[in-house]
Design a protein around this ligand. Sequence first.
Ligand SMILES: Cc1ncc(COP(=O)(O)O)c(C=O)c1O
Length: 398
Amino acid sequence: MDTKDDMATTSLPHQLKIAARSRIAPFIAMDVLARANAHAQAGRDVVHLEVGEPGGGAPAPVLEAARRALEGGAIGYTEALGRPALRAAIAAHYRQSYDLAVDPGQVVVTVGASGAFVLSFLAAFDPGDRVVVPEPAFPAYKNILRALGIEVVRLGLGPASDFKPTAAMLEALAPPLHGLILASPGNPTGTMLARSELAALAAFCRARGIRLVADEIYHGITYEQPASTILELDRDAIVINGFSKYFCMTGWRLGWLVAPADLVRPIELLAQNLFISPPALAQEAALAAFACRAELDLRVETYRRSRAALLDCLPKGGLDRFAPVDGAFYLYADVGHLSADSHDLCAQVLEHTGVALTPGTDFDGEGGHRYLRLAFAGAPDRVITGAGRVVDWLRSRR
Ligand SMILES: Cc1ncc(COP(=O)(O)O)c(C=O)c1O
């Protein structure tokens, strides 16, 4: 007789397979977060400068809209492409922010920007296609592409080009190239591409039939110039954005993409089958987000103040070489003169100061060991406390 216990103790005739495609790199910032939380649970005062999460939570009108939706009844499935009212509101956002007409029919609401990556990579690329990822970059680009069997063509960036890719760099890569992932402002650098620089990359891609995928999730969080959307320059590009960063709605898991008309139906079929629909409650709440821009812009001003305080304080500890921090809420610091291995340096900083930082290896497998990322999206007093502790510790090592 086969009891439950018998089945548990019977050894399997074969070791069951784990798919090779699942063997991707970890998201190191999340591993650091787990370690930092373990320190906090042990009673230490931990300052979280490792994850890019706005401190304040969603604006009050967004919470109120969610409450109304909950009281109003069923939270059910929605259209796979998202609620028409939200798609229209997102299209109107392009008119308001960029003076650009976007057809709501080309807007797709997704499960975070992360869900938009999966949908757009599946819709635009086949296994074996070669997609350029300029690094340092948000690690999910290459990890998702690899999990989907798409070849990642690394383009290493550094201070010589101000961490910006150029058409000449792309020209030097071996063909064929099927896609290019761009992020402006980028994570981990915060560096932005000017409109003319985006235009040159778009022209290169158009001439060679390379699909551009532009991650614009940090639009709205800029310190010098407003960001240009690639939609002004290349109507064949896929634009990805979402509610996690400027709109401060990380946990609501809502993003969007704008796709060329001929990609919308393929994306809809994928969305129906992969996700059924984006979360209904978050969609109702997000409808209220576009009216909160005055409040959200004030939050950007707090990031601006933290950025200024950090740029003033960190050099006192020898951290004085950063990628251009035009937007987002990160400083990508060169620590090559302080340590041969930023992973080890971040571990020591956490151990000695209780400040969690992310090693650059998360964002750049080849050059990242000489960089670390410091995220300043949290409460300014905590950011400044954390930076002060790091500076004091670095000075004590000299
Ligand atoms: C560049 C970039 N894109 C996308 C995301 C993920 O966005 P979402 O929370 O909407 O999935 C992040 C999160 O840190 C990011 O830095």
